[in-house]
Design a protein around this ligand. Structure first.
Ligand SMILES: C[S@@+](CC[C@H](N)C(=O)[O-])C[C@H]1O[C@@H](n2cnc3c(N)ncnc32)[C@H](O)[C@@H]1O
Length: 338
């Protein structure tokens, strides 16, 4: 049913909105008419105009109708939002709809590889080297030892490593809760962009993440040595090092740099293979070194250990693929060592 009120065509809904929004005396005249099934289409307008008398002016109606339209749009918006929250609820732990789609393996794989091709293409065009700013000895070590293996692995991340990376990111996300989107993250030795992209898809914004590695094809990853970080003291909330510390030739220096650039009470995430822990700690080979041995590398700065995992536990719970990893997530007490 449409109603012609002072030249405006109104349907039942906008008429009801109008009755809600008009001044009390005008609304009280309209209310008995709203939804009255006894009123026929033909006499409805007359009844309304008669009930209102001259209480409603044209200007008054125009302003109120505009408001009523706005209300209608808001109502549609609320309806769409309620559909979204019903079918795609977003809590601190569920990704947004767009990120949910980007996390699907096929989409992620295409996105990751497309970005890689674009960056490599750009580097070739601009004749930009993969390695720069490092001294000659380092360059030699990187070009002979680091690059050949790592470049063969650059595009391979998704096949084997996504699972182990994402698992740690989700643990971190659980620890950071509602502060996830403000955490400054240093990602040490990501090799490619995948770790950083996964961090961002799980709620750590890309603008808050810095990657460093001995070589880089991406603007997200700076060429830098973990033993000599070019960052101010207390810059990061999270220092994330997955399978990188094991390559240190001076672990004391690398851990001192890690402590220096991380804020007091910030989080350290260190994961490496059992072999890596054995190498760094010099623990006897007759027993598998665990997270406790690894934590000793950061003593006396370890404040609270949120998560520690040994190879045996992984073997039992996760299956063989991940069975050689040792992981610890802990906060640091910077005053403890001074
Ligand atoms: C085994 S990969 C780890 C890749 C990735 N983090 C992962 O979990 O799959 C080790 C990475 O550490 C980098 N790396 C080795 N020594 C480094 C150093 N001194 N400073 C920074 N990065 C280093 C290597 O270039 C390589 O990309």
């Amino acid at each position: 049913m449409t109603l012609d009120l002072l030249g405006y065509k109104l349907n039942k809904r906008s008429f009801a909105d109008l009755a809600e929004m008009l001044p009390a005396d005008v609304a009280s005249c309209l209310r008995p008419l709203v939804g009255n099934p006894a009123l026929s289409k033909s006499n409805f307008s007359n009844q309304v105009e008669a009930a209102l008398g001259n209480k409603l002016t044209q200007q008054h109606l125009t302003v109120t109708l505009r408001e009523a339209k706005r209300l209608q749009i808001k109502r549609i918006g609320r309806y769409v939002e309620s559909l979204r929250t019903t079918f795609f609820p977003s809590t601190s732990f569920t990704p947004s709809l767009l990120n949910y789609i980007r996390l699907r393996p096929l989409f992620f794989s295409l996105w990751f590889r497309f970005r890689m091709l674009r960056h490599f293409g750009f580097m070739v065009l601009k004749k930009k080297p993969l390695v720069h700013k490092l001294d000659r000895d380092q360059k030699e070590y990187i070009t002979q030892d680091v690059l050949p293996y790592n470049m063969s692995q650059v595009a391979m991340f998704l096949e084997g490593h996504r699972y182990r990376t994402e698992r740690i990111i989700l643990l971190l996300k659980a620890l950071c809760g509602k502060h996830t989107n403000t955490q400054q993250v240093l990602c040490v030795g990501p090799r490619n962009e995948a770790e950083l992209l996964l961090f961002s898809l799980h709620g750590f914004p890309l603008k808050n993440i810095v990657g460093i590695d001995l070589f880089s094809y991406s603007p997200l990853v700076h060429v830098m040595d973990m033993h000599d970080l070019d960052f101010e003291n207390d810059t990061f909330d999270i220092y994330y090092s997955a399978f990188t510390l094991a390559y240190s030739q001076d672990v004391e220096r690398a851990s001192a740099e890690a402590i220096r650039v991380t804020k007091d009470d910030g989080l350290m995430v260190i994961t490496m293979t059992v072999r890596g822990v054995a190498l760094l700690t010099g623990k006897p080979a007759d027993r598998a070194p665990g997270a406790r041995d690894m934590l000793e590398l950061f003593a006396p700065y370890v404040r609270h250990v949120y998560f520690q995992e040994n190879a045996e536990w992984q073997q039992e719970h996760m299956g063989d693929d991940e069975s050689t990893c040792v992981t610890a997530i802990f906060s640091i007490d910077k005053a403890a060592g001074s």
